[in-house]
Write a protein that binds this ligand. Structure first.
Ligand SMILES: CC[C@@H](C)C[C@@H](CC)C(C)C
Length: 147
């Protein structure tokens, strides 16, 4: 199962990619209502295999997610996170999040992609988490435009 949403940002696409690759721990200052922290548990920032522990508020509830960076494509400016622990694992067998920035045109197009398997048919599509990702995207854009 998959879910994809795209949103244009007016701020610099390379800077946006850098945030999710090298500085996810900066997002809590840019989107404090959504992201409370991103701690490096293993490896180095921005490397495949590194493990990041997120604390965030989604649907009004405090949640956590432990994610491994599974892939980084510098050329395509994409980062792929595999969720391995936390609230999402109570609903989904697997959950993979890819964030990609297309900086070709004069605008920058951010694409969020969720690939997931539900634990059972009653589990809903993660549309509110996608809304959350878009909200975080816009907060990062606002922060970068203010600089
Ligand atoms: C499911 C945990 C969240 C905090 C993941 C974030 C990107 C990896 C969020 C912005 C979708």
């Amino acid at each position: 199962m998959g879910l994809t949403r795209q949103v244009e940002i007016k701020s610099d696409g390379d800077a946006f990619h850098e945030i999710f690759r090298y500085k996810p721990h900066h997002i809590s200052t840019m989107s404090p209502g959504n992201i409370h922290g991103a701690d490096l548990h293993e490896g180095e920032w921005g490397t495949v295999g590194s493990v990041i522990y997120w604390t965030y508020t989604h649907d009004g509830k405090k949640k956590t997610a432990k994610e491994i960076i599974e892939a980084i494509d510098e050329e395509k400016k994409s980062v792929t996170f595999k969720v391995v622990e936390g609230d999402l694992m109570q609903l989904y067998k697997t959950f993979i999040i890819t964030v990609h920035v297309d900086t070709k045109g004069e605008n920058n197009l951010v694409t969020w992609n969720f690939e997931y398997e539900k634990l059972n048919e009653a589990v809903e599509e993660p549309t509110t988490l996608m809304d959350f990702a878009i909200a975080v995207t816009k907060d990062i854009e606002t922060h970068h435009l203010q600089q």
